[in-house]
Write a protein that binds this ligand. Structure first.
Ligand code: URA
Length: 281
């Protein structure tokens, strides 16, 4: 972890403090707590409860920034509708990334995330990988799956010959505080952006990494251990069904190395299906 350099107008930081913070950062501490609890969920909720007229203004095409001065937001259904509107207006992945970065209505945005984390990989990839949400490393670098779990994912993709075949994103675009699982509401608000990314990349296959991604995309009650390895379809607003395979999350594999054989079998199934479908329209 690196500490951000001070802004030029800041007074010079106390070297003892910098050294102490570096010590804690090296020890893996990436969050500080005050003595009094802060209910960050409440801050997100307040954002969602601000006046609906603000949302109406955005729907009328007024800039989304109108939301920040009033600190405000709207109910989750309206936030999702606005997300859908803004996602649909994006005609390229760059426009979609910009729309996500400007989107103010996901409660995760006000819970300590440094920046939005959208995607990496080939913009016309035949395989789209959808994970749960950014963690600490992703929050710093602004790219998905760049921490320990991401490195394992990359090694597995390379071994399966899929490194150059993937576009990687998540169900939410801001780091949930303390790396908790994103809520269904947070995922629902981000879902129109995920769906638009799928339309723009137009992959042949989708891979859902981990239970939270599988639950959000498939809306199925089963756990990932029973969903994994079984192909099903995902159909977006464009009405185009795409084969989708849920698999295990690499963070889970780091904790349970014995499960790697299942994830490996899933990746081989993806590679085989891609090969089989190659050449078909
Ligand atoms: N875990 C995820 O699900 N996504 C990331 O981007 C990183 C870790």
């Amino acid at each position: 972890m690196s500490l951000s350099p001070p802004l030029s107008s800041d007074p010079a930081p106390d070297p003892a403090l910098v050294s102490l913070l570096a010590f804690w950062a090296d020890a893996g501490v990436d969050t500080t707590y005050s003595e009094q609890p802060i209910n960050r969920l409440e801050a997100g909720r307040r954002r969602l409860e601000a006046p609906a007229q603000v949302a109406a203004a955005v729907v009328r095409g007024e800039p989304a920034l109108v939301l920040s001065p009033v600190g405000g937001g709207v109910g989750p259904a309206t936030a999702t509708a606005i997300a859908r509107d803004q996602a649909r207006a994006a005609n390229t992945l760059d426009e979609l990334a910009a729309a996500i970065a400007a989107f103010e209505l996901c409660p995760l945005r006000s819970m300590g995330a440094r920046q939005s984390v959208f995607a990496r990989g080939r913009p016309d990839a035949p395989v789209m990988i959808i994970g749960e949400g950014p963690g600490a490393d992703e929050d710093v670098q602004g790219l998905p799956f760049v921490g320990k779990a991401g490195k394992l994912l990359d090694r597995m993709l390379a071994a399966a010959g899929l490194s150059e075949a993937v576009f990687i994103t998540n169900t939410v675009f801001w780091r949930p505080p303390g790396n908790r699982t994103p809520t269904a509401e947070e995922q629902a608000i981000c879902a129109p952006f995920v769906a638009r990314a799928i339309e723009l990349v137009d992959p042949r296959l989708l891979v859902l990494v981990g239970g939270a991604a599988a639950k959000s995309m498939l809306g199925r009650p089963e756990g990932i251990l029973s969903l994994r390895g079984r192909w099903t379809d995902w159909t977006g607003e464009d009405g185009h069904p795409r084969p989708v395979l849920p698999t295990l999350h690499p963070a889970f594999l780091l904790r349970q190395p014995a499960a790697k054989k299942h994830a490996w079998a899933d990746l081989l199934s993806v590679a085989a299906r891609l090969e089989r479908d190659r050449g078909s329209p």
